[in-house]
Design a protein around this ligand. Sequence first.
Ligand SMILES: Nc1ncnc2c1ncn2[C@@H]1O[C@H](COP(=O)(O)OP(=O)(O)OP(=O)(O)O)[C@@H](O)[C@H]1O
Length: 225
Amino acid sequence: MHIRKPPPPCILLNNVSCMRNAQTILRNINVSVHDGSALVLSGANGSGKTTFLRMLAGFSRPSAGEILWNGHDITSPGVYQQYKLQLNWLSLKDAIKSKFTVLENVQWYEVLEGKDGKASLPALEFMGLGRLANDKPRMLSMGQRKRLQLARLLAIGRPIWLLDEPSVALDQEGVQLLEYIISKHRKEGGIVFATTHTPIEIEDAMYLRLPQRFPRRKTLVDLLD
Ligand SMILES: Nc1ncnc2c1ncn2[C@@H]1O[C@H](COP(=O)(O)OP(=O)(O)OP(=O)(O)O)[C@@H](O)[C@H]1O
């Protein structure tokens, strides 16, 4: 009888540690993520959530262990050239260009992707920014800027989303839209890594809470208790 092997995880972190500035920020992380999965990272300020995403993006190298994408080490140059084309990174720095209109700020990325730019307006409309498409981004509120970043995710359409605090500044409807697009992306086989301090509803997600790095000192909050 032929027994089918389960597929290897798309992304595997094998005993990964990461140092920054001569300090170990992440220690012995083991995670395996298959197509269609989500991993939600939580933890105190400074616990290493952004560092985790930076490592997945290839901006920081593991100081020990390995990160495998479909079985290949992402730090090997030939692999990284392919791997980075799978990634869509949403960070707190929104990379919105003030000289471009709202629409151009999405289209620019879509065209860089080799696409015709036609997905940008529908993506903005979906995120509730259609009527602001021809305005300059200085007209946008913080939450609207975050919606613009999410419209980029939709228009570019890469499979692995690295989302650093995607719900920050979003109103309730914005969070629902975020949850919806994450769910849709996963149904299409995409992978989502998201850091958060606030609950986001992601069905069947894996959760990883990073430990506090230093013994916690008393803060004003403790003194008020
Ligand atoms: N550019 C840097 N160089 C060296 N160390 C850094 C750098 N940026 C951050 N760190 C350190 O790395 C540690 C983890 O930071 P990181 O930004 O990953 O935490 P985080 O969990 O995302 O925090 P937050 O919840 O505040 O966003 C912190 O102790 C921080 O001081």
